[in-house]
Design a protein around this ligand. Structure first.
Ligand code: PEP
Ligand code: MN
Length: 368
């Protein structure tokens, strides 16, 4: 069975939950951290757009570790005022990247979590300072770091008595040049085996191009990622940095919806309390809704074809076959119960198609 097959792939006995404000990494949900690459003067509006698209947390990079010294280096402390405003307005926690121990000190108490960027992964004074801050730390993988080197860097934070570490895969250097980096999806299952720390994925810096971000993001969720970190901008082409890889808030919303549907279907359930069980049920219901919408679209295509060839009679024996087939896959429910559900599903889909036809729409509006 599908669930039995997939469960061992993504379930892990010893998950650590890392909580940033009320956002939980390592639980049943897949929180998405989103925002522009860098905090810019329009940041408060950008953050609102992320909030409305359903982001759980805000990217709030006021210091940018750019490859070239003549590139925009971030708004610095001036940007922090915008971040504080966005945080108050949206109620969402903010993730900020310090580049030095001094930055950590200046930011502590004013931000919710620290990000250690790929270029800083082995900056040990910075790792120790972030550890001492007591704030959750998102530790990105260095561009050419092995899993062992990455985990060793995490130990610098943990050694300061800070257990709140989240690992973030963001693509590594390989011989391929089509993408900015090569997303190493393997990091997710391999690290699940090696560490209880949550593992999230940044598809933006891996892809380097907005068009490829949704596919990589959902691949990461399918692999069992505990969250996503995504660059998004209301007007991507106007981003002050990394414009090519910024997705729109609409695309962000679609990824968040896709992740919510995929996650509960592809991973072992990790609920520890009633509220989390309910969260899983809500997510599964969303998945059921998505499947229904998609099924109605497929049925509509068949029905339109039948109407064109004058074949409007329902094929009851095929319907019985479909029901029996589904019932054999759902042993938790009685065959009668599955029969009732599937009959309602089949009737509902056919009705939707007939309604569309009666409204004179043969263009296929029921599509999924
Ligand atoms: C970032 O996420 O802002 C960033 C600079 O990415 P990375 O450190 O992965 O290059
Ligand atoms: Mn960037």
């Amino acid at each position: 069975m599908l669930t039995d097959l997939l469960k061992p792939i993504t379930s892990s006995p010893a998950r650590r939950r890392v909580t940033v404000a009320d956002v939980v990494f390592g639980g049943p949900a897949v929180p998405v951290i989103a925002g522009p690459c860098a905090v810019e003067p329009g940041y408060v509006g950008h953050a609102l757009a992320m909030h409305q698209a359903g982001a759980s947390m805000l990217r709030a990079s006021i210091f940018k570790p750019r490859t070239r010294p003549d590139a925009f280096q971030g708004m610095g402390e001036e940007g922090l005022a915008l971040v504080e405003k966005a945080r108050a307005l949206t109620g969402k926690p903010v993730l900020v990247e310090p580049l030095s121990a001094e930055h950590v000190e200046m930011l502590t108490g004013r931000v919710d979590a620290f990000m250690i960027g790929a270029r800083s992964m082995q900056n040990t004074p910075l790792l120790r300072a972030a550890g001492r801050s007591g704030l959750p730390v998102v530790l990105k993988r260095g561009m050419a770091a092995t899993y062992d080197e990455w985990l060793a860097a995490a130990e610098y934070v943990l050694a300061e008595g800070n257990p709140q570490v989240i690992l973030c895969e963001r693509g590594i250097r390989t011989f391929e040049t089509a993408t900015r980096n090569t997303l190493d999806v393997s990091a997710v299952p391999v690290l699940r085996e090696r560490t209880p720390l949550p593992v999230i994925v940044d598809p933006s810096h891996a892809a380097g191009r907005a068009d490829w971000v949704p596919a990589l993001a959902l691949a990461a969720v399918a692999a069992g990622a505990d969250g996503l970190l995504i660059e998004s901008h209301p007007v991507p082409s106007e981003s002050w940095s990394d414009a090519a890889q910024a997705i729109t808030p609409e695309t962000l919303e679609a990824i968040i919806a896709g992740a919510a549907v995929l996650a509960p279907m592809l991973r072992g359930h990790q609920a520890t309390e009633l509220a989390e069980h309910r969260q899983i049920i809500d997510s599964l219901d969303l998945a059921l809704g998505a499947v229904l919408q998609s099924r109605a679209g497929a049925v509509d295509a068949v029905q339109r074809d039948k109407r064109r060839s004058g074949l409007t009679v329902r094929d009851r024996s095929r319907e019985q076959e479909v029901i029996a087939h589904v019932a054999s896959r759902v042993p938790r429910l009685s065959a009668e119960a599955v029969g009732r559900v599937m009959t309602a599903v089949i009737d509902g889909c056919v009705e939707a198609s007939e309604r569309a036809a009666a409204a004179g729409d043969e263009s296929g509006t029921v599509s999924g």
